[in-house]
Design a protein around this ligand. Structure first.
Ligand code: HEC
Ligand code: HEC
Length: 331
């Protein structure tokens, strides 16, 4: 009988060693430099300002900014609401490692875009706001921060934690079941109405408008945002939600993540004018974009719920005619 506890101890030790090996291996490959270790010189101060803009967006360049001329973002979100841990979390839409990837071809505009352009893409969509001046102090600070936290990543190759897309479900995802997942797993923070939880006056020291950000409605991302596409949302949710989840230990099953993403993205949110001009090369329009023009013989609801492969397959087969019927850039 004494052999049994000894065996458990041994197994425990093996698990501990493996766990340590795993942690140190991933810590090595995911090495984000420490902003707080920087000296307080001009560079160090600019990096810190950039981080502050990403963590406290609403208060610095959004609706809570004291100077009305500085209110560029238009909702209650921070960049960090999605780019978790100030953009340093693996699989939390990291900004670490992004510096060396731009300029890059972006299918949404069908042209090569700079990192400034890409940041402004999130300003106009995820933040439901307007563009930052590309040569202004805020953009300069954000670029300096992103460049600093990207130091450990090779130029031209994205970080591994930038995306590992879940295999797509072969059937339509179910927003009804998503509603149940939401009630059980998400509403405790994001609230039953999805409008998040605002800090009250007693939390005046807080620089965030929300303790838990809204997932839909007037203060959330608009319908042209990446997060408004259910495949993108499902991947983010599965790797990161409920808050605190680590991508290596997801809480939701993949199907639950798709169902709840479809549920979240089926709700009204601000409308971005001009969405129909996105993805001028229609062959490259993501199957889960939920705004017109809708391509192919599929009901509009299929872009929201899937199955998405038949749409992707149809786009592949019709790529040439889709391309030649696409509006010219600027149309
Ligand atoms: C509502 C969620 C959300 C918010 C808020 C948000 N973003 Fe994003 N951002 C995304 C998504 C989704 C992507 C696309 C990732 C992809 O292409 O798979 C993205 C992409 C980016 C990229 C390109 C990253 C890459 O890997 O190519 C940059 C840079 C970026 N965002 C900066 C910002 C900045 C700066 C802010 C604040 C001003 C911001 N974002 C706010 C969701 C968000
Ligand atoms: C323990 C609280 C908590 C739970 C539970 C939780 N979230 Fe979140 N969620 C957050 C916080 C906090 C953020 C913003 C991250 C930050 O500011 O650092 C966030 C951000 C988000 C975002 C991006 C920002 C936005 O407002 O759109 C989405 C989407 C999201 N959560 C979806 C979900 C879904 C779906 C679930 C359920 C599966 C869920 N969350 C469960 C706390 C939570």
């Amino acid at each position: 009988m004494a052999a049994l506890p000894a065996m458990w101890r041994l197994l425990g030790m093996i698990a501990l060693i493996c766990g340590n090996l795993l942690t140190s291996a991933s810590a090595e490959e995911w090495a984000v430099p420490d902003v707080d270790a920087l000296p307080m010189d001009a560079f160090g101060r600019t990096v810190r300002v950039g981080r502050d803009l990403i963590v406290n967006t609403a208060a610095t360049i959004g609706p809570e900014a004291s100077d009305p001329a500085k209110r560029f973002s238009g909702n209650g979100l921070e960049c960090q609401s999605c780019h978790l841990d100030a953009g340093t979390k693996k699989f939390g839409l990291p900004l670490a490692g992004v510096w060396g990837l731009f300029p890059q071809f972006i299918s949404r505009e069908n042209e090569v875009r700079t990192l400034e352009d890409r940041i402004n893409g999130c300003m106009e969509r995820s933040m439901n706001g307007r563009m930052l001046p590309p040569d202004g102090p805020e953009m300069k600070a954000m670029l300096t921060y992103i460049r600093f936290i990207s130091a450990g990543f090779p130029t031209g190759r994205g970080a591994e934690g930038r995306g590992a897309p879940l295999p797509l479900p072969t059937a339509a995802s179910d927003p009804k079941h998503g509603e149940a997942v939401f009630a059980e797993t998400c509403a405790v923070c994001h609230q039953a109405d999805g409008q998040g939880k605002r800090w009250g006056p007693e939390d005046a020291a807080q620089r965030h408008r929300y303790q838990f950000p809204p997932l839909w409605g007037p203060d959330s991302y608009n319908d042209g945002a990446g997060m408004a596409r259910p495949i993108t949302a499902a991947n983010f949710i599965r790797a990161n939600m409920p808050f605190g989840t680590d991508y290596a230990h997801p809480v939701l099953s993949a199907q639950d993540a798709f169902d709840v993403a479809v549920f979240v993205d089926s709700h009204p949110r601000p409308h971005r004018l001009g969405n129909e001009r996105d993805f001028p090369d229609r062959a490259l329009k993501p199957a889960d974009a939920t705004y017109p023009p809708f391509l192919g013989p599929f009901p509009p609801s299929q872009h929201l719920t899937g199955p998405w492969q038949p749409i992707q397959q149809w786009q592949k087969e019709n790529a040439d005619s889709l391309r030649s019927n696409s509006p010219a850039p600027g149309d």
